[in-house]
Design a binder for this molecule. Structure first.
Ligand code: 3PG
Length: 306
């Protein structure tokens, strides 16, 4: 069995060593394609792969078609909007993710971005603190829960809205569960996004929602750029000089944000929420184990294209 680790953004070396060990023990071969710049490199590399481990790498119908031996793709991470699930299903390819494995890393970065925003991008001027401020967690999945846990340590007042998570689960964590997304944005000075990019959520963070946020609003995005309606966010930030946006996913309109809002906007140059040794080890090794578990024992617990 040949397992290709295809990561444009590489894992830490310790994670690769861990993945290799899991695969060695199963008697599988590991191939590594990192930092590739052309799709052709990926198409060539998948040709003889039985399994692929990816991160945000695009696995579309063309990649699936080029991978003639492929049985399983594991996205070492949470969001699988980068994989064409229908094409995979049509080709009898199982797709899995590794939910929760990088959640703490992303949550820590979300709080880091909040601190960076309220300390005026560390420019030496007097900022504000997080303690006692209202934080709204938009979607209470693995990352949202970790954000709540870390934010408690900062002494924030925590609210959450999740259409799919029972209120009791949220309230059990000492977080106030709100009834609507509008209420979350109206209540909270800070909102942290943890929704996936789906047909329903794309462009959903728009002017009418964001304008509800109280004075000195801070919007934090460690989720996906596609959920933001960028044109409307720019308009809102033009209309509201108190509104700040910090993101780990560079917007398509990054140059406009930088030019127009130099003191109220920040984007990491490359998504780095999950870019810690710990998260790489957790997600990478989980992916390798899930591949062995599926190929050897048929275990499909984290399959997302059932
Ligand atoms: C995820 O969906 O797990 C995160 O967005 C991390 O993505 P990455 O593995 O490309 O850093």
């Amino acid at each position: 069995m040949k397992v290709l680790v295809a990561t444009e953004k590489p894992f830490a070396k310790v994670a690769i060593d861990g993945i290799k060990q899991v695969l060695d023990e199963a008697g599988y071969e590991m191939a590594l394609l990192e930092k590739y710049t052309e799709k052709k490199e990926l198409l060539d590399a998948v040709a003889d792969a039985d399994a692929i481990i990816i991160r945000s790498d695009i696995v579309d119908a063309e990649v699936i078609a080029a991978a003639k031996q492929l049985k399983i793709v594991v996205r070492a991470g949470a969001g699988y909007d980068n994989v064409d699930l229908q094409a995979a299903t049509n080709a009898n390819v199982v797709v899995m993710n590794t939910p929760g494995q990088n959640a703490n890393a992303v949550a820590e970065l979300a709080l880091g971005l909040m601190v960076y925003a309220v300390r005026n991008l560390f420019n030496g001027t007097s900022g504000t603190e997080l303690m006692g401020k209202k934080l709204g967690i938009h979607a209470y999945g693995n990352v949202g829960r970790n954000v709540a846990r870390v934010a408690k340590g900062f002494g924030m007042e925590i609210y959450a809205y999740d259409a799919y998570c029972p209120k009791e689960v949220i309230e059990n964590d000492g977080v106030k569960a709100l009834d609507s997304v509008e209420e979350l944005y109206s209540t909270c000075q800070f909102v942290s996004l943890h929704i996936p990019a789906t047909a329903e959520t794309k462009n959903s963070i728009n002017y009418s929602l964001l304008e509800r946020m109280p004075k000195n609003a801070v919007l934090v995005n460690t989720a996906r750029k596609e959920v933001i309606n960028e044109v409307e966010l720019i308009k809102l930030m033009e209309d509201r000089a108190d509104f700040r946006y910090v993101t780990d996913i560079m917007p398509a309109a990054n140059a406009e944000f930088v030019a127009q809002f130099p003191t109220r906007y920040f984007s990491t140059p490359k998504k780095m929420g999950a870019q810690t040794a710990e998260a790489n080890i957790n997600a990478g090794i989980a992916a390798a184990k899930q591949i062995v578990g599926f190929i050897r024992d048929g275990i499909n617990k984290f399959q997302v294209n059932k």
